[in-house]
Design a protein around this ligand. Structure first.
Ligand code: DNO
Length: 349
């Protein structure tokens, strides 16, 4: 296991020096943020990130994300050029030493929450999802409340409506076809460069606003892996995303996919399931609905040797900054996860 930490580049209030001082920290998870989605990343920007990371004593081996352009997910004719750009990005990051690329195939909205600073009993704040609030929003109606947090702020209200409208005739089966088309072109390039592609599950792992979402459960992960049966076609096991549904048995899934050699990256965090959705909590098993030790053990017992990162943290100790991505609670999460891995490793002998 290699412990890693997400860093949003030089503008991130969390510095590389901060990250370096977290015990056991080895790698940085980052991306080039200076070009629009779909375009080729400049070698200069990639090299700059690599240099900053390595100068801080950390390794530059994981990208999260190379985002997939909506036209690819929609299967539009422009996708061929965009997929070619995507492949070129894989080649370029591979040249810089990157071993793992995390990406997702969620239509329009990446992770979605209804509140980013929900106050917990101990005075810390965290991100929560309440389906009653999500149900009130219709992105196709211009007068509905389009201010749910966590959305891509680069869209204007009109653009958002247009892109959602484009999905009205796209079914889940269409999404599968479009994902297959993408993987059949991208995975051979990743294999050639020896880069492990690690798809991130949909977060939350169900359809929102009537949009088709497919990376949600064991059956669908099996299907995804069989589209291109190559170890480079793998997963980011995000426990917080898959764990939003009590139907997903995380220790079982961790064991199964680790055994297949398909878990390249693990986002390990806890969630507390509620009657109307879920709340993000601290990383500990006692804070939420998931048994984090069982998950770590299942990974290790089945030969997992990929990257791990603590995921969304609460805001604690008065920290301000990017919701879910402050320093303190994620650092506590990393320490806890290191402890779980050490214990599980010793138990396995
Ligand atoms: C949320 C993250 C996601 C993830 C992307 C991967 O905090 O886990 O935004 O980076 O879905 O493409």
């Amino acid at each position: 296991m290699k412990m890693s930490f997400r860093w949003y580049g030089p503008d991130d209030p969390v510095t590389l020096q901060n990250i370096r001082q977290i015990p056991g920290m080895q790698a940085i998870v980052t991306a080039v943020y200076d070009v629009p989605v779909g375009e080729v990343w400049s070698r200069k920007s990639i090299a700059a990130l690599k240099k900053q990371t390595e100068d801080a004593g950390l390794s530059f081996e994981v990208i999260e994300s190379i985002p997939v352009h909506e036209d690819i997910k929609l299967g539009l004719p422009s996708r061929d050029r965009l997929i070619e750009n995507y492949c070129e990005n894989i080649r370029r990051v591979a040249e810089a030493g990157v071993k793992c690329v995390c990406y997702n195939f969620m239509p329009v909205f990446d992770w979605t929450r209804t509140e980013l600073d929900h106050k917990l009993p101990d005075g810390s704040t965290s991100l929560i999802y309440d389906s009653r609030q999500v149900e009130k929003v219709n992105p196709l109606l211009s007068d509905s409340d389009l201010t749910l947090p966590g959305w891509d702020a680069s869209y204007t209200r009109e653009q958002l409506r247009d892109v959602v409208a484009q999905y009205q005739s796209v079914t889940e089966e269409d999404m599968w076809e479009n994902l297959s088309y993408f993987l059949k072109k991208v995975i051979p390039v990743a294999a050639e460069c020896d880069v492990n592609m690690a798809i991130h599950p949909d977060d939350p792992c169900w359809s929102i606003f009537g949009l088709p979402r497919i990376i949600t459960c064991e059956k669908n992960l099996d299907r995804l892996l069989s589209i291109v049966d190559d170890p480079h076609n793998g997963l980011t096991l995000c426990t917080g995303s898959l764990g939003c549904s009590a139907k997903n048995d995380l220790p079982k899934m961790a064991a199964k996919y680790a055994k297949m050699g398909r878990v390249h990256f693990a986002h390990l965090r806890n969630v507390l399931l509620t009657d109307t959705g879920f709340e993000e909590r601290g990383h500990l098993s006692s804070g939420g609905s998931l048994d984090m030790y069982a998950i770590v053990k299942a990974l290790l017992e089945n030969g997992f040797d990929g990257y791990v990162r603590p995921d969304h943290g609460r805001m604690i100790w008065g920290e301000t900054g990017r919701a879910g991505y402050g320093l303190y609670d994620r650092a506590l999460g990393a320490c806890y996860l290191n402890g779980l891995f050490e214990a599980a490793q010793k138990e396995l002998g």
